[in-house]
Design a protein around this ligand. Structure first.
Ligand SMILES: Cc1cc2nc3c(=O)[nH]c(=O)nc-3n(C[C@H](O)[C@H](O)[C@H](O)COP(=O)(O)OP(=O)(O)OC[C@H]3O[C@@H](n4cnc5c(N)ncnc54)[C@H](O)[C@@H]3O)c2cc1C
Length: 219
């Protein structure tokens, strides 16, 4: 398939919806294009399958629209004592960051400022949680260069990270790292004429439109 043929645009979308409506047989139909369905469709298309991806509304119309897009590493499961699940999450996060989608997951520094409202006990507990998360990272064999470990920052360092912090009685901060996934719902609820293969269906198309398709060897 040439580069021009593989471009996702309104014309291609119309053409392919017409083909499918006329009974073209495909390998896989994915219903629902939140992060789960979109991931399944992408994975299948990139393996060479003919895929039709359909959403009742639009890409990421559902829960995925609200996600803060943090790539979790299982810390919450660790807090619940679900060690195996915590480990599995950390391993999957490492695969995502290093193999599947390093281009979509950027490092995200997060700072917990140690202000008067945070007691010494709370700070210690939080630090313990970050250290546990770091241990999980190490157990999952995710290198520090992919996901740096947590660090206690002094006041100057904390202000360098977040200059807007209230300085009064600031004791420093706890810096920890996560990963944030890029990619969000197209602005305005759908792609423009050349912006992609998915857009909001017109009234005439009704439910079930909003399809995009990966082609054998394409997508
Ligand atoms: C406020 C908030 C913050 C979050 N932050 C994070 C985070 O930082 N990191 C994280 O990992 N997770 C986060 N989550 C959880 C995450 O958003 C969900 O786990 C994820 O979006 C679920 O995706 P999904 O594809 O399974 O479902 P959805 O995103 O809900 O997608 C389902 C899709 O199916 C379509 N659909 C439904 N029925 C039909 C039908 N009959 N025919 C056709 N289409 C249909 C819907 O229109 C929708 O687009 C957060 C959730 C919330 C609410």
């Amino acid at each position: 398939m040439s580069k021009a043929d593989s471009a996702l645009n309104a014309a291609r979308r119309e053409r392919e919806i017409a083909e499918v409506s006329a009974g073209r047989v495909v390998d896989l139909v994915v219903v629902g294009l939140g992060v789960t369905g979109a991931g399944v469709a992408l994975d299948a298309a990139s393996r060479g399958l003919d895929v039709v991806a359909v959403d009742a509304h639009d890409v990421a119309f559902g829960t995925s629209r609200w996600s803060s897009k943090l790539v979790h590493g299982g810390l919450r499961y660790l807090a619940q004592g679900r060690l195996q699940l915590a480990h599995e999450s950390a391993v999957e996060r490492g695969i995502l960051m290093s193999t599947t989608a390093p281009h979509l997951a950027r490092p995200l520094p997060m700072l917990m400022p140690l202000l008067p409202m945070v007691s010494a006990t709370q700070a210690q507990l939080s630090r313990g949680g970050f250290v546990a998360g770091n241990l999980l990272r190490a157990c999952a064999r995710t290198p520090r260069k992919t996901l740096p470990g947590p660090r206690r920052l002094n006041v100057t360092e904390s202000l360098a990270v977040a200059s807007g912090l209230r300085r009064d009685r600031l004791r420093g901060g706890l810096l920890f790292w996560g990963r944030s996934a890029r990619g969000r719902r197209p602005a305005g609820g759908g792609a423009g004429p050349d912006g992609g293969g998915v857009r909001r269906p017109s009234a005439a198309e009704g439910q079930g439109a909003g399809a995009g398709r990966g082609r054998r060897g394409g997508a």
